[in-house]
Design a protein around this ligand. Sequence first.
Ligand code: DLL
Length: 434
Amino acid sequence: MEYLHPELETMERAELEKYQLKRLKEVLEKVSKTPFYSKKFSEENIDIDSIKTLDDIRKLPFTTKNDLRENYPFGLSAIPMEQVVRLHSSSGTTGNPTVILHSQKDLDNWADAVARCLYMVGLRKSDVFQNSSGYGMFTGGLGFQYGAERLGALTVPAAAGNSKRQVKFIVDFGTTAIHAIPSYATRLAEVMQEEGYGVNAKPTKLKTLIIGAEPHSEEQRKRIEKLLGVKAYNSYGMSEMCGPGVAFECKEQNGMHIWEDYYIVEIIDPVTLEPVKEGEIGELVLTTLKRDAMPLIRYRTRDLTRILPGECLCGRTHKRIDRFKGRSDDMIILKGVNIFPIQIEKILMQFPELGNNYLITLETVGNNDEMTVEVELADLYSEDYNVLKGLSKEITRQLKDELLVTPLVKLANKGTLPQSEGKAVRVRDLRHIY
Ligand code: DLL
């Protein structure tokens, strides 16, 4: 078994926890001198000397995206601004965007984390790594760029879009690994087929795909793997933590190792804010242990997952988190029933007759809220009215079984639903707000 940082990746739990506690105390010392946390701690009567064990972290207040917004742009900085070398910003739908600051030390630690992830899925210096993410504020661009360079692979910073050019790069440069968000990976697979490459066509050297940055089901992953003839590894991260490199699947493809030398991991009930029982689904809360410019204490990610029980066969001791169920703020409440878009995707992807793109629309019709699921058909699927009617009936039945509400299913021709440049927009909520 090979590890990039064996002493850290396979650390015994007791040793890892000791390491975390030491770091936590250092982080608390540092943040308690910042205006934001010193105010927060004094308002809540927090004495950082009372944090003596890792469990004591529960005495500390949470940090939320709203805190970042309210202290826009530099209010959470923990170092003098002249030591800050990069800023990433993510725009929200309302209010101020969030700003994340990085020192050179942060960028180095981030590159190390991404390099560790890439090494874990088998990439080496001899690999050719192509990145199809935008190189700008989206951290999937620069994050993977520096990580792959740190590893020593040959990097191809193709950036987003222009699928024919992506295929040409894959072929001409002998790309062995590519990073793409899942909704783009399916598009790329289609263009590769059109250009005569991939499964059952001219072979390429592509064998590894890194997918993340947006929710996707296991069924979607399997589809992508089949379409591209690659192994696809799930990758999780968020701008507030740095970007990609927070958690990543190993070759076992059974949950993502979350790097506990970088983060203290908690899973809480988003309503009571108490820890959930071991192995139960809840909101992921992270405390940064290595961030220099902008450490965050108990940051509420809003992402819903659980810790997988047991040890991983790969020998890494860092906890594994399950595929994300969604975000607490993505949950649809329809007729009093809670629904996550990923539940819908999971059903749709089981139908070989269907393509990869779908759109969920919520509307008020009369006094009722209704859900419409539009989904594209697979290439060259039947145009026979009765066949299509039977198919949509079966999809409706399976969705009803899963969701407990009956959506209206509409089949669309391939390529007719909107395709976004960045992360896919799967839900349109047009309901009246009373
Ligand atoms: O998406 C960072 C990233 C880039 C991760 C490239 C992986 C690959 P943000 O734009 O800040 O950062 O969005 C973060 O995206 O809170 C999740 O809701 C969602 N997300 C990220 N990875 C996954 C994943 C980047 N593997 C938000 N599965 C997070 C499901 C994911 N959702």
